[in-house]
Write a protein that binds this ligand. Sequence first.
Ligand SMILES: [Zn+2]
Length: 677
Amino acid sequence: MSNPLLETAVFPPFARIEADHVIPALQQILSDNRKGIEELLNQPPPGWQLIQQLEQLDDRLNQAWSPVSHMNAVVNSDSLRQAYNEALPLLSEYNTELGQNEKLFQAIRQLADSEGYAELNQSQRQLLDNALRDFKLSGIDLSAEDKLRYGELQKRLSELSSQFSENVLDATQSWSLHFEQAEALAGLPDTALALAVQTATARDLSGYVITLDFPSYFAVMTYGDNRQLREQVYQAYCTRASDQGPDAGKWDNSSIINELLSLRHALAQLLGFTNYAEYSLATKMAENADQVVSFLRDLAQKSLPMAQQELKELQQFANQQDGISELKAWDIGYYSEQLRQCRYAVSQEELRPYFPIDKVLSGLFSVASKLFAVDIEAVTADEVWHSDVKFFRLQRQGVAIGYFYLDLYARDKKRGGAWMDECRVRRHCEDGSLQLPVAYLVCNFNPAVGDDPALLTHQEVTTLFHEFGHGLHHLLTEIDWAGVSGINGVAWDAVELPSQFMENWCWQPEALELISGHYQTQQSLPSELLDKLLAARNFQSGMMMVRQLEFALFDFLLHRDYCSQPATDVQALLNQVRSEVSVIKVPEYNRFQHGFSHIFSGGYGAGYYSYKWAEVLSADAFSRFEQEGVFNTATGRDFLDTILSKGGSAQPMQLFIDFMGREPSVDALLRHSGIQR
Ligand SMILES: [Zn+2]
């Protein structure tokens, strides 16, 4: 039977978006939406129609805003950035209003309490449950007085978060070291030296300037032969925005951290939670705080012996190389890199010729095709934002199911990093048509040079697979309601499952045959290089594991066990976590927490564990493919049907159990990391 729903296919007019029109157009839509919502609520349409009409309004806004926000990131200009920044407060004001709209809350609650609720399907019920939960989290249930308090807390919390990151930024930028000669910088690769020269020139200096910006800091810590210099840079870096180090007290985040913790605790309690960790878990897959803590401690306990062994080997190596009898924190990165080179002698640069972009893409598409029965082909887009951009259509049995834009190369005015974003979400429209999902996939790879094609490192190939996994989650959804279709409504600690899952194929010999082929000889990655690559994959994985666990456990315990009287001693808690799970001793002046922006200004408060959580899910899910065959079509279909296609329409734990037949286990991740056999 053919699909009765029509496909709507009008794509964003990228080439015609003008900065001058952004604000007036947005204001028009926001004002239309405000009116629209009020009209809807004066006489709420019966049953599900209410949600459908709300989604319609929301979708119009998203479709206007998505290309603007996207272009601001990939073809930035002063005028567009100005319009974008002007738009942000308008949007946030509108969203706050929605979250506080009592009438809207009542209408949705009535729908959820009505007899009709039972007749709704799983995705519809989940959407209503999420909506009610989010209303509660924005304080809709509170008394008038508490609502006021809620608003004050939120306002102050956002000020504190922004001060925290400003302090880190200022502290990072204020410090630098100047050298006339390159001598002190011995060991640094040419690219890092060139950066140091460039930084000096920008400051009207001759010679070289080292800063605390990550590329500069990282290069010194990894390659700098001069131990004293490493110590000096290390000290400056790990005391940023604190009471210690070269700028002690200047941008000190100590009191901001204390106030943030205290106000987060108050906010959680105001909303009826025992602590902020519980509040954070209200929107996550993990069920309760104990579960998260035991999860982290279990992984730590299993990984520690390996981490200790790796550190011992590193200590021996440093001793043999340079007679270092006691490894310090500023020696770890440096000797690790030396040891890695000496053991595996494989560099990412060496792998590039085997991964020309066209081969990688066709390989990636055939992996997706084998696993999820989807055909992907390039089509012509009506409009794109840059001539590099390619446009693709996903089809199943000749029927289009989604589209994506691919913008692969680094260029001026384009934000760094790699990401997937929604251009449009799959949705069953009011007129009976089906809106197909559209995604943006963005990377920052080196473009083609001369007659040679663009060549990727293996790391970049992995990045591409990762973002493509997010893309598949968005594009292969079969859910018809925007609020829970694709990545919408997916819990934060589960949203990285499909992306990390796809990375696994970059390490499978069968898949590498599809995605690699020397750009001159078409030869697949030789087995000797492949072996080195696989062996190097788990280098120091124990040490890396416990480092992440230290951050995650510190973050979580800090928010779970916070006490106001007397206020929790943050440093003491960190020291305690370190003594429990860390293998590297840090000097007493280390104030890592003062620059831990993820949790104090980045939305990861009591949520840093999510990284490991999702890694466990993806490794575990992949273990079924290891047993049943990495290209087993039935297993692929199963993953599609139980997880990928379901979006946020059900609890992620349920979806996982549907696929695996049991709850997640850490074994596969430990095995993939070489920590367990
Ligand atoms: Zn991701």
